[in-house]
Write a protein that binds this ligand. Structure first.
Ligand SMILES: [Cu+2]
Length: 156
């Protein structure tokens, strides 16, 4: 009887244990930043130096949001007929045991396009964005806003 109870508990626990394994943190994000936000500007591009996947399965970045913005899209850029065009991506795959850059000048020109950002965000601020991945992982990361002095080329 006791054996039966124990094995029943183990049987019932199995899915729980598997769910726990799936929720183990395998994604690491570093280096979130955006350019100077000019007064009145409501759409900005956000860059992440690295998204690292330490698991042995591919993981997709699928949803990005922020309490400080209405909507965030995943974008890439491609040259079409000599014109640089932004393209909305449904996901970015971070291959197993590998990393992908959404930093400036990454090969696919990946970036996050943030729409209707709160006017409260200024160069003094950092703000948080939330990233959801196909393995169920949800992470928050801070985006620092670059200051005016960091701009190297000014156009008057
Ligand atoms: Cu864009």
């Amino acid at each position: 009887m006791l054996t039966l109870i124990i094995s029943t508990i183990f049987a019932l626990n199995l899915p729980f244990v598997m769910a726990n394994d799936a929720n183990e943190r395998v994604i690491n994000i570093s280096g979130g930043y955006t350019n100077v936000i000019r007064p009145g500007q409501s759409t900005i591009a956000v860059y992440l130096d690295t998204i690292k996947n330490s698991s042995n399965k591919d993981v997709d970045l699928i949803i990005v949001s922020s309490p400080f913005a209405k909507n965030i899209e995943i974008h890439s850029m491609q040259i079409v007929d000599n014109v640089m065009k932004m393209k909305k991506e449904e996901k970015i795959t971070i291959p197993a045991k590998s990393k992908v850059s959404l930093g400036k000048k990454n090969p696919n020109n990946y970036h996050l396009m943030v729409f209707d950002i709160s006017p409260q965000i200024t160069e003094k601020n950092k703000f948080a964005i939330n990233l959801s991945f196909s393995n169920g992982e949800k992470l928050q990361t801070e985006i620092s806003v670059k200051k005016h002095t960091e701009i190297q080329h000014k156009h008057h």
